[in-house]
Write a protein that binds this ligand. Sequence first.
Ligand code: ATP
Length: 199
Amino acid sequence: MRIKRLRLTGFKSFVDPADLRIEAGLTGVVGPNGCGKSNLLEALRWVMGETSARSMRGAGMDDVIFAGTATRPARDFAEVSILADDVTDVGTGEGGELEVVRRIERGAGSAYRINGRDVRAKDVALAFADAATGAHSPALVSQGRIGAIIAARPAERRAMLEEAAGIAGLHVRRKDAEQKLRATEANLTRLDEVITDQE
Ligand code: ATP
């Protein structure tokens, strides 16, 4: 997967719509302290499904919405979208483009779209996990992350390796399958009880 474009509106300090084209190769973000470099990386993690407000440096998820300044009023929503290509659909095996949009309304939570379709947060997480990336991808190196990787416990390091190997999506599917299996077993037990009652 290669991310080609990042669009932000009302996200943190990016109150006006910003459209960033990301070219092939190495991309650097430079600017003075406090100009919003980390906010850009957070926008990437957020659109890929980040659920922790704390890791977005906020008290609640609404804190990602532009909070206003002395000269500009606060916004009621924030929206971030990314366009990625070289994405392989695990279902069909076909490659293509993926546009993912996440929007949050103040007090009303987040909604996601993939290629124009309303989807669940889980679908977004799965799409990125299959492409060996996502909100917690070790490829997104924010401040303090190197230290965290060095200090990580073996289980956390293993999760990073599994993500790099592209099998994180399989773990999500396995968890789903196990849940369905448990629900089916509970139904069968209940059915046995009903049959015994009838006899
Ligand atoms: P540094 O180089 O110091 O790490 P940076 O370029 O990474 O800085 P960020 O941390 O991305 O900068 O941006 C911080 C700026 O974003 C601050 O000015 C802060 O006020 C602003 N900001 C963060 N959240 C919001 C919000 N919800 N509404 C408005 N502005 C916000």
